[in-house]
Design a protein around this ligand. Structure first.
Ligand code: OGA
Ligand code: NI
Length: 313
């Protein structure tokens, strides 16, 4: 498994905005967000009733109630905060430290480090990857049980040991104009499932729920789990791959570590047969190498999931 961890640095707004915020200038035009097609309502007081659910992963095997919560979280927002995952506060803090050290390295050293992790010398990070993968596997089985289908229905589509775990370190420098510049523009993840270790203090992640941007609070011991497009396909559209974005902070740097679990590029991914029926016909065609489809759509400004949707008259 460890051989499949790929480390990269997120393409956040980066240095120019950092420099800009020091100078107090207007943001360079390429960072200024114009109208975008994916919902635009801001969080407001009326949306405070919508919140991101907290799921205790350790209860999913024993508690029917928790399993129902999981299903309802994934069928509505596609996102929750996972606790009870067995990783200690001090371990998670160590992972944040490793990410910060990585950020401080010069470019050539970062490339070496990425290779070193492939050779399973990344220690802390490798351990984080293994533990996160174990949590994800458990979640994938629980998701299947929550829909009353065979427990490996989702997991087996990832292609077993050849599934890819990708780690991405994201850094968002302080920005003087959070009203004009986003850390990451709205997107859905192309993964099967994503787990995000957020900054322990600084918030910034927002998820689009009912056309409103909802803040994901910083809970130091929790991992934010969100589904990617490929789980929306496998669940025949029952579970959602949520649109999310990152807003910038005027004073503080924010970091995060994202772990993406993606089916093997050679594996065929499609809606679980038992989730296709008369009332819910097949919503997506089977796909291979969704990463490439997603990338091409991104280049062409298309929504990738729409291009693999099956038309029904
Ligand atoms: C991502 C992402 C959110 C964050 O890397 O795909 O959505 O809070 N990151 O950094
Ligand atoms: Ni994302």
């Amino acid at each position: 498994m460890s051989g499949n961890v790929v480390v990269s640095e997120g393409k956040s707004v980066g240095k120019s905005v950092q420099e800009m915020s020091m100078d107090g200038d207007e943001p360079p035009p390429q960072f200024v967000v114009k109208e975008h097609p994916f919902g635009s309502k801001q969080c407001n007081s009326s949306s405070e009733s919508i919140h991101i659910p907290i799921i205790d992963v350790s209860l999913l095997l024993s508690s029917e109630q928790e399993l129902l919560q999981l299903r309802s979280a994934l069928a509505s927002s596609g996102c929750f905060q996972a606790v009870g995952h067995g990783m200690s506060s001090s371990f998670l803090e160590k992972v944040r430290e490793v990410a910060k050290q990585f950020f401080a390295l010069p470019v050539e050293e970062k490339q070496k480090y990425a290779r070193a992790v492939n050779e399973s010398e990344g220690e802390t990070l490798e351990e984080f990857s293994i533990k996160t993968k174990a949590m994800m596997d458990q979640l994938l089985r629980s998701m299947a049980r929550s829909l009353n289908v065979e427990e490996n229905s989702f997991l087996k589509q990832f292609g077993g040991d050849s599934a890819m775990m990708q780690a991405r370190f994201n850094f968002y420098p302080p920005c003087s104009r959070p009203d004009m510049v986003l850390g990451v523009k709205p997107h859905t993840d192309r993964s099967g499932i994503t787990a995000l270790l957020q900054d322990a203090q600084v918030e910034g992640l927002q998820v689009l729920i009912h056309d409103t941007w909802i803040n994901v609070p910083a809970i130091p011991d929790a991992l934010v789990v969100n589904l990617g497009d490929q789980m929306q396909i496998m669940s025949n559209g029952i579970f959602k791959s949520p649109m999310h974005r990152v807003i910038t902070n005027r004073e503080k740097l924010r970091m995060s570590v994202a772990m993406f679990n993606e089916p093997d590029a050679e594996a065929e991914v499609g809606p679980v047969e038992a989730l296709i029926n008369g009332t819910r016909p097949r919503m997506y065609r089977n796909v291979k190498n969704y990463g490439v489809i997603n990338y091409q759509c991104y280049q062409e400004g298309k929504v990738a999931l729409e291009t693999v949707r099956v038309a029904h008259n």
